[in-house]
Write a protein that binds this ligand. Structure first.
Ligand SMILES: [Zn+2]
Length: 137
């Protein structure tokens, strides 16, 4: 009997630059056990768009279209949301955002998914530059 494979959705910032993020590589290495398969729903600043849909309406809609499709087709049973000290906040200048604000946005993105999809477990992580992942919710 083969072990049951857990399927989920990972919403994360797709910044590939190794000095800044390369989140998907680290997520696969550190957050997804071998018996789990997560659908990558990556977009630059994705967790920020879920936390601030009014600032990123097109990105928000695109992410949710991917999430809805994956939920319909792939038997997903949970979410993980992964953010970092994201460059997309430059788009929101002159507003300023502290690291704590950015961590709070990843938590808000997770809370949005919990409210939108009741009963689906949602975990949230923040990748600090040069460090591992902090679980924030
Ligand atoms: Zn980013």
């Amino acid at each position: 009997m083969s072990p049951k494979i857990i399927h989920g959705i990972c919403v994360y910032c797709s910044d590939p630059r190794p000095e800044n993020a390369n989140l998907w590589k680290h997520i696969k290495n550190y957050l997804i056990p071998e018996n789990q398969r997560f659908t990558p729903v990556g977009s630059l600043g994705a967790p920020v768009a879920l936390a601030r849909p009014g600032d990123f309406p097109v990105k928000f809609a695109s992410i949710m279209e991917d999430v809805d499709f994956a939920l319909e087709e792939f038997s997903e049973s949970r979410f993980i949301v992964v953010g970092h000290d994201c460059g997309i906040y430059k788009r929101l200048a002159p507003r300023k955002f502290s690291l704590q604000d950015k961590i709070a946005d990843v938590a808000a993105a997770a809370e949005f998914l919990r409210n939108r999809f009741p009963g689906m477990p949602v975990s949230a992580f923040f990748k600090r530059e040069g460090h591992g992942f902090d679980q924030i919710s």
